[in-house]
Structures are given as C-alpha cells and as structure tokens.
Design a binder for this molecule. Structure first.
Ligand SMILES: CC(C)(COP(=O)(O)OP(=O)(O)OC[C@H]1O[C@@H](n2cnc3c(N)ncnc32)[C@H](O)[C@@H]1OP(=O)(O)O)[C@@H](O)C(=O)NCCC(=O)NCCS
Length: 195
C-alpha cells in the first residue's frame, strides 16, 4: 500500500510582506525535511514545475506544500498528492460561497464558513495534486460527501479528499490512490497537533 506522510510546522512570527511569505515557505520545507526523514529519504532536491508545483528528484515520491500565516504543511507520498490548509479564524471564509455552484452547495449541506472552507480546500488539494493552478477551479466539482470525506471530479478524474481539523486550521488531503497508509507527523513542540 502506498505510504503518505503529512508533517506540520509552526510559522515563526515575521513582519508582514515578503519576509513572512519567505518564512511560510521555509516552514513548509522544514516540514518536508521531517516527512522525508520518516520516509527514509536520505537526500532529495526540491524544484518547481513550470506551473509552480513542487517536485522531488526521488523516483516514486511526490510532494505537496501548503501554508498559512501561522502553520505550514508538507505531504510526501508514494502517489501523486495535494494538500491545502485554511485558517478557520480568517474572516473571508464566508465569501468563498461565490466560487461554488448551487448544486455543490446543496451537496455540501451547509453554508457555514467552516464548510465553505472545507469545499475550497478540497478543490485546492485536487488542483495541487494535478499540478495546475486556480484557473481550473471550476473544473473541479463536488459530487458527494460523507462527513469529512469529499468526492470530487476534476475533468474526468474522480478524486477523494479527506479533512482533518486542528489548531484552528482545516487541512485537506487528496491522494491519487484508492487506499493508502497515512502517517500524520505532529510538530514535536506542538501540543494538540495531528497524530
Ligand atoms: C498556488 C495555488 C496552488 C495555491 O495557492 P495558495 O492557496 O495561495 O497557497 P498554499 O499555501 O495553499 O500553497 C502554496 C504552495 O503551493 C505550491 N504550488 C504552487 N503552485 C502549484 C501548482 N500549480 N500545483 C501544485 N502546487 C503548487 C507551492 O509549493 C506553494 O508553496 P511554496 O511557494 O512555498 O513552494 C493556487 O491554487 C492559487 O493560486 N490559489 C489562490 C488562492 C486564493 O486565491 N485564495 C483566496 C480565495 S478567497
């Protein structure tokens, strides 16, 4: 069964602007280093595709990164993977409704900001797995949900996304596999992180 490791790291406080974004990216790379250690990857190089998707030079391994102002995550997997994270304290979550179709909102079953964040992050994780950008958002459609598990269709590809909430954040994970073994790696210093 393919293995999937998800690691999280706190983002060190930094001034707004480029310094904070740089720290968010650095924290995601620290999370990746920890995931790689757990996966037994001795050395790797991270680069980017022409569309900005992160890429590893290790055959058989795939990566996805996500970060907010306070939390960064890395997913390292033996199948293509996409991860996204939303800060549930953000005031803008209610505005996400405009990006979704009425049919999808009916399937979502709720217009609560947390649920809108769940759908948004699910779609983002699907796009990240595919290595494409926000311009394909409307090509990802929610077809059903079962609690924290969302079923979506991206073009002709069926996708399943699982969610996990912790520390005021909602994490969405999409793996291109029917089954996989998931290891959540909490930050050593972080109490209450994912296990
Ligand atoms: C870039 C994008 C993939 C995600 O961006 P985001 O949600 O702003 O940022 P996230 O923290 O979730 O993810 C950032 C990481 O995605 C990765 N990424 C960037 N482009 C990618 C792509 N085409 N495919 C896969 N991953 C990608 C990068 O690794 C990046 O981290 P890095 O710059 O430190 O390497 C894209 O979907 C996007 O532009 N989203 C816009 C988000 C937005 O408009 N939000 C407001 C809604 S109201």
């Amino acid at each position: 069964m393919p293995r999937v490791f998800v690691a999280c790291e706190s983002v060190a406080l930094a001034a707004d602007g480029p310094a904070r974004v740089a720290e968010q990216s650095a924290a995601a790379r620290r999370a990746l280093a920890r995931a790689a250690e757990h996966a037994g990857l001795d050395a790797y190089t991270l680069s980017k595709t022409a569309r900005g998707a992160p890429r590893l030079d290790v055959a058989g391994w795939h990566v996805s990164l996500a970060h907010t102002r306070s939390l960064a995550l890395a997913a390292l997997a033996e199948r293509p993977v996409g991860i996204d994270v939303e800060d549930l304290r953000e005031g803008r979550l209610a505005k996400l409704q405009r990006y979704f179709e009425p049919d999808e909102l009916a399937r979502l079953g709720s217009l609560a900001p947390r649920e809108l964040a769940a759908l948004w992050s699910a779609k983002e994780s699907v796009l990240k797995l595919a290595g494409v950008g926000i311009e394909e958002l409307r090509l990802v459609v929610l077809t059903g949900r079962d609690g924290a598990t969302f079923r979506l269709l991206h073009r002709t590809a069926p996708r399943t996304v699982v969610h996990r909430e912790f520390d005021s954040h909602l994490v969405a994970l999409c793996v291109d596999a029917a089954e996989y073994e998931l290891g959540w790696l909490a930050e050593p210093a972080r109490a209450g992180g994912p296990r």
